[in-house]
Design a protein. Structure first.
Ligand SMILES: [Zn+2]
Length: 363
């Protein structure tokens, strides 16, 4: 962007923009270059107008995804380009083991990439459950079995680096918005399917985490007062009706992958009929959940992601039907739903982006 474009975008006057940028240019965070060829020329007479871009090599950032059995992480430059990645299995999800494993993974990333600790702008960590943005602690995570576990402070002490902690669906929403299918969409929801059903919201180009960090807990939308008991203790949450556990129970299969292959069998054996019905019921619940989401925030785009996203195709007819019934004013026909079943790096790149965003805010 040129200074003129930045002034227009921020609503600040040109002299304020120039003054604010000076220290960032002096410290080599921003570099001047020729303006992009498609950009509107702000050049008058005299010297050509220069565009400013981020110097991606000025710092590195680390993004971590903490799961119940694995810690995966990437080291990126300031543009989110992955320079190194590493993963380690967790012997147990108890907090001390998890934090020590994150420490070992960060050391390994620094060693393999040849980066110095003082080059790291920060470490972003995504984990499932309710993460309190104020205290940086995990208030509740059924998947990790955690309740009121401090994360940010002990990890910052252990790593000797700034740490930012966020719900993992939120880190994924940030990544989709910055680098993925959500680029250019101002309002979007990323819905993750798996053992839990998570959701990250970007509203008006900003990640929306809510006052206490539970915004987007789509998985605990109460859909059926008589339904299955959920991991949160309540009855009939979307997650209890359409999460992996429900699909396994309904289909009689040990995993969603097994249920998917049973449902995809030709013919109508008892096991394939039962598996198809499981996906129909899960899809019906998911459609009602998505209708609630769409009626509430009216997103331009819904991205289906997470470890069971590949099963969405089997649920989709029931999802669409349910969304058509419950979506207000024909929204179901207009909202775009896209499936992003790959790109494992996106979770960790999102966590790194979180650290970049927080770190740049501290400059
Ligand atoms: Zn629940």
């Amino acid at each position: 962007m040129t200074r003129g474009q930045l002034a227009e975008w921020t609503g600040l006057d040109a002299s304020t923009v120039t003054r604010s940028l000076r220290p960032l240019i002096d410290d080599d965070y921003l570099r001047e270059s020729r303006p992009p060829p498609t950009g509107r020329s702000m050049a008058g007479r005299g010297r050509p107008v220069q565009a400013l871009s981020v110097n991606p090599g000025r710092h590195v950032a680390i993004g971590v995804k903490l799961g119940p059995s694995t810690v995966s992480a990437v080291l990126t430059d300031l543009s989110g380009t992955v320079l190194a990645r590493h993963a380690a299995s967790l012997a147990s999800a108890d907090p001390a083991t998890a934090l020590a494993t994150i420490g070992a993974v960060v050391d390994e990333l620094l060693a393999t990439s040849g980066s110095a600790r003082q080059d790291v702008l920060g470490v972003g960590v995504g984990l499932s459950g309710h993460v309190d943005p104020e205290s940086g602690s995990c208030r509740l995570s059924a998947i990790l079995g955690w309740r009121d576990v401090p994360v940010r402070e002990p990890l910052a002490d252990l790593l000797d680096l700034p740490v930012v902690v966020q719900n993992d669906a939120n880190t994924l929403a940030l990544a989709e918005h910055w680098f993925g299918r959500g680029r250019g969409a101002s309002t979007l929801a990323v819905v993750t399917l798996g053992i839990g059903i998570g959701c990250g919201l970007v509203l008006g180009d900003r990640l929306h985490t809510g006052e206490r960090g539970i915004a987007g807990e789509l998985g605990h939308l109460p859909l059926d007062p008589q339904g299955r008991v959920c991991t949160c203790g309540a009855r009939g949450c979307l997650e209890a009706l359409a999460g992996d556990t429900a699909i396994c129970e309904l289909s009689g299969c040990v995993s969603v992958a097994e249920a998917m292959s049973a449902a995809s069998e030709r013919g109508a054996s008892a096991s394939s009929t039962r598996a198809r019905e499981a996906f129909r019921q899960a899809g019906d619940a998911l459609g009602r959940g998505l209708a609630g989401l769409c009626n509430l925030v009216d997103p331009e785009l819904v991205i289906i992601a997470g470890e069971s996203a590949a099963a969405f195709g089997l649920m989709e007819p029931a999802v669409r039907e349910s969304l058509a019934v419950h979506g207000f004013s024909g929204i179901s026909a207009e909202v775009r739903i896209e499936v992003d079943a790959g790109q494992e790096d996106l979770w960790t790149r999102g966590a790194a982006s979180l650290a970049i965003r927080a770190g740049v805010g501290q400059l």
